[in-house]
Design a protein. Sequence first.
Length: 159
Amino acid sequence: MERFTFSRAPVKRVDSVQFGTLSPDEITRTSVALIDESSAYEGGKPKVGGLTDPRLGTVDRNILCDTCNSNFQECPGHFGHHELALPVFHLGFQTSVLKILRSVCFSCSRIMCDRTDPAYLKVNHHHRRRPPFLSPTRRSSSHPIPLRSRLSSRLFRSA
């Protein structure tokens, strides 16, 4: 088993980690290569525009990365992108997107939930803190459209 090489870099505590998704424009902007070829190699060498484009990084000891000019041990790898003819829905986000769409009113864009429901209060951590510009008598009203039974329990149920 290979061991990590020693580094003099100071060890620091990680306070937080945040994950997110990139928009199509951000993906194109951060991409170093457009992948538009179906073949990976040409004449035994990585093909430009193919899946093993030298701008994406290298896995060969004898070839340097075209983007950062590093060898295979030091190059972190780089993003490429592929242009699709039609939009594609990411199945990993389908359940979350459907839950969000079903919880918003199409006519007024308000959240459709009973704000006195314990499931809503459990998710909404800021329900006790009222902004100072709101009077103590002013309350946030529920959505005017009657809710079906158990709607809020389905909305806040984990997938």
